[in-house]
Design a protein around this ligand. Structure first.
Ligand SMILES: Cc1ncc(COP(=O)(O)O)c(C=O)c1O
Length: 394
């Protein structure tokens, strides 16, 4: 395998003003904590991307940059070859990130008094972009279902979902779903599209994690249903897949051309432009990165199995990871509050995300980012083991 060692060995990000690694200096006055929180990776991006940046830097001038037809064609090709839907330059608005795009999507395509549906537990900025625009949040909680002694998963409560969608102007879906690791099936996505169409509810699908698919799972983009319903908006980006989130480039794909041009106009009016390296990073990742994606998924799948074994050994239940590099672990059996879990783990030397970030009732769950070198993962699990042992002895 061409890239495996890059993933396996990881990269030292300390001292690079890395949010995930260097915030601890100001937050906890240390540099010893192993971070498994922020959703980016602790290994280098694709070598071709690095080389393209070095080559581009040699020119030394970093003025305003064109969004070239080559870039749009490359995005369209990637979407067709990897996710199976066709799109076109006019349907794509390139933005400085998915979350700011979501903010403007809510702002532009809903009105005061409109309700917007989300599925807790879900990526917390979904709540923020709705609240920040003064819209009303509607919730259709995912239902937890036990698979076996180790694994559980989540599914939609379709009756509840439809009853809520009837009242909502917009539904923000997370597919694949952060933090529960679901990669929704074709049947589930098809049902969602039908329900949204029936009730004229705009379907926004955040598909930022869609390249990170575990063995045995298959990603179905909502884009596969473009022919069935016009008001679909997809949020995609190379950022998670190729570890280029700091370059702030994402691609928002509108099935409805009127929406696309209105949205484009907002970005133009505000003169929101993507930086030179964000555009180049997307171009090269999508031109050269197909094999890299396969190998990364192979590697992540190994990390996933290590964490499964760890959970099994400690009698914790864990969400079946179908997609993303974010694992969702239920450690409620320790009987600790979320604050106790978080603070104790920081004391031991590991930084995780709290379950309650994603839903108030997820006290005792943790989200663990496994996109790191093998040593870091094993060292982190060893530290978490010490923490567990302290409570298991009591
Ligand atoms: C589902 C989801 N959407 C969006 C983002 C962030 O996207 P951006 O950095 O492009 O705003 C994340 C990051 O974790 C995410 O998990």
């Amino acid at each position: 395998m061409k890239y495996y060692d890059k993933f396996f060995n990881g990269v030292n990000r300390r001292g690079t003003d890395c949010y995930k690694w260097d915030l601890q200096k100001t937050a906890y006055n240390t540099d010893k904590i192993l971070p498994f929180w922020v959703a980016d990776s602790d290994y280098e991006t694709l070598e071709d991307v690095k080389e393209a940046f070095i080559e581009r830097s040699k020119n030394g001038a970093f003025g305003y940059t064109l969004y070239t037809d080559e870039l749009y064609d490359t995005i369209c090709k990637w979407c067709y070859e990897h996710y199976g839907y066709k799109t076109h330059k006019d349907n794509i608005v390139i933005t400085t990130g998915v979350v700011n795009a979501l903010y403007f999507i809510v702002n532009m395509f809903t009105k005061d008094g409109d309700s917007i549906l989300v599925n807790p537990p879900v990526y917390n900025p979904f709540y923020n972009v709705v609240k920040a625009n003064g819209r009303t949040l509607e919730y259709s909680k995912l239902i937890r279902e036990e698979i076996d002694d180790l694994l559980f998963t989540y599914h939609f409560d379709f009756d509840d979902l439809e009853a809520k969608i009837e009242k909502c102007k917009m539904f923000i879906l997370c597919n694949p779903h952060n933090p529960v690791g679901r990669c929704y099936t074709e049947e589930e996505i098809s049902k969602i599209v039908k329900i949204c169409k029936k009730h004229n509810c705009i379907l926004v699908s955040d598909e930022i994690h869609c390249d990170l698919i575990m063995e045995g799972s298959k990603f179905t983009s909502v884009g596969r249903f473009f022919d069935e319903y016009e008001d679909i908006i997809l949020c995609t980006a190379p950022s998670k897949t190729f570890n280029v989130a700091g370059l702030s480039e994402s691609n928002i794909i509108f099935n409805n051309l009127t929406m696309a041009s209105a949205f484009n106009k907002t970005y133009e009016d505000m003169s929101i432009e993507i930086n030179t390296f964000g555009l180049l990073g997307c171009l090269i990742s999508y031109q050269k990165g197909s094999e890299w994606v396969k190998e990364q998924n192979y590697y992540l799948n190994e990390n996933k199995n290590i964490v499964y074994d760890f959970a099994r050994k400690n009698k914790f239940k864990i969400a079946k990871l179908e997609a993303t590099y974010l694992m969702w672990i239920d450690i409620t059996r320790l009987g600790l509050s979320q604050d106790e879990i978080f603070n104790k783990l920081i004391e031991y030397g590991v930084w995780i995300n709290n379950g309650t970030m994603y839903s108030n009732d997820c006290n005792g769950y943790i989200r663990l980012n496994i996109a790191c070198g093998r040593k870091q993962l094993l060292d982190g699990l060893e530290i978490i083991q010490k923490f567990i042992n302290e409570y298991d002895k009591k």
